[in-house]
Ligand binder design. Structure first.
Ligand code: FMN
Length: 209
């Protein structure tokens, strides 16, 4: 059967020309993703696992990144939060299919400071914050009506004013120890360049696709 898959773009990755700092390299790619009009550019798969290593994965939105790591926001009583309490090791995956690119990141995940979470909560739309307050994320609920009633009751009480961030909602930061950049190439002979954090700095090498 003839493959319908189109050849990859002509982009490539090379150790000689790639940035020696993976966060700077991520920024170059992320800026290109934004300017290419990719839908949900910040959507990333977050994998966590139980203490015994049973994994689960879901999409979250990356809201900030810098030398310290990659930040996302969630409910601190959710399933992922419970897993992170017992096992802080996590993994992130971005897939930007329009650019034939994937980035895989591993590292430890920790809560950000209350101040950082407050600052972000303060700039979110009011109704998103009402949802964050009322949704008992990852818990079984009896019906959609149950959730909508919680939402409406809280919204009426809030009187269209600012909502305080509940202590059970906030950010996490994954501090990277390994970052892999994958660029799709022609004939599936793809590029994979990996950065691994060592005491002396980032070690960079190429992997077979
Ligand atoms: C595009 C997209 C973006 C999402 N962004 C977030 C997010 O930033 N934070 C979050 O807690 N859940 C987000 N979710 C929902 C999660 O995938 C997941 O359902 C939720 O966090 C509960 O996961 P858990 O039960 O494993 O803790 C998003 C889902 C999608 C499809």
């Amino acid at each position: 059967m003839k493959s319908r898959r189109k050849n990859a773009t002509l982009q490539f990755l090379d150790i000689k020309s790639i940035n020696t700092d993976p966060i700077s390299q991520f920024k170059i790619w992320f800026d290109e993703v934004i300017s290419s009009g990719v839908q949900e550019p910040a959507a990333m798969t977050l994998a966590t696992s139980t203490r015994k290593g049973i994994p689960s994965a879901r999409i979250v939105l990356m809201k900030k990144f810098d030398e310290k790591g990659f930040v996302f926001f969630t409910n601190y009583k959710s399933n992922k939060a419970k897993q992170l309490e017992l096992n802080p090791n996590g993994a992130l995956v971005f897939h930007w299919k329009e650019l034939n690119r994937q980035v895989r990141i591993n590292g430890k995940i920790k809560k950000i400071t209350g101040k950082e979470s407050d600052d972000y909560f303060a700039i979110r739309p009011l109704l998103s914050n009402v949802s964050a307050v009322v949704s008992p994320q990852s818990k079984i609920i009896p019906s959609r009506d149950f959730l909508e009633n919680l939402f409406n009751e809280f919204y009426l009480k809030s009187d269209n004013k600012k909502v305080e961030r509940p202590l059970y909602w906030g950010g996490y930061r994954l501090s990277p120890s390994r970052i892999e950049f994958w660029q799709g190439r022609e004939n599936r002979l793809h590029d994979r360049i990996v950065y691994v954090k060592r005491k002396s700095g980032w070690q960079i090498y190429r992997l077979a696709p």
